[in-house]
Ligand binder design. Structure first.
Ligand code: DQA
Length: 156
């Protein structure tokens, strides 16, 4: 029997393509490519899909499409859409895959308009303030969630 790789999608929203050069005192200096390479080598049994868009509708389309593929979970940093987008929250509600919300910075400690997230009530959990290491934590949390779900299925 061949084991299918675990597939996890990482979705970045607006301006996250600029991480590494954008406000490095807030977001650090690790470029996206390096972050993805570190994830791949840290989790060799996971197949990562990485996508970034600056467009709200494109992110929504991807969430819908990922639902059709065999993706176990999604790590989503929606950038500023976190604080504005009911449409993204509805898209998360419309799919069956668990989504973990990630923020590189500690949004609760920043400007007041970053304190509210439309996404937090519809995701399985939120990781904020640990720099790009937050993506690593999100993958760990997803894998843990998925294995504990399996355990619940088995004992029921
Ligand atoms: C961010 C926080 C958002 O408030 C901001 O608009 C971003 C990045 C973060 O990763 O810390 O673009 O999501």
């Amino acid at each position: 029997m061949t084991m299918r790789p675990k597939r996890i999608a990482i979705l970045d929203g607006p301006n996250l393509n600029k991480i590494g050069v954008r406000e490095p005192h807030i977001y650090g200096t690790t470029p996206v490519v390096e972050r993805i390479e570190v994830l791949k080598s840290t989790f060799p049994d996971v197949l990562f899909y990485y996508r970034q868009s600056n467009h709200e509708g494109v992110l929504i389309d991807w969430l819908h499409e990922l639902n059709e593929k065999e993706v176990l979970g999604i790590v989503l940093n929606a950038g500023a859409y976190t604080h504005t987008s009911i449409a993204l929250a509805d898209a998360i509600r419309s799919i069956q895959i668990p989504v973990v919300e990630v923020h590189i910075s500690n949004v609760a400690a920043r400007e007041e308009y970053r304190h509210h997230s439309y996404l937090s009530p519809v995701v399985v959990g939120t990781i904020s303030g640990f720099g790009v290491y937050g993506y690593h934590l999100a993958v760990l949390a997803l894998l843990n969630k998925l294995s504990s779900n399996k355990h619940v299925e088995q004992i029921n």
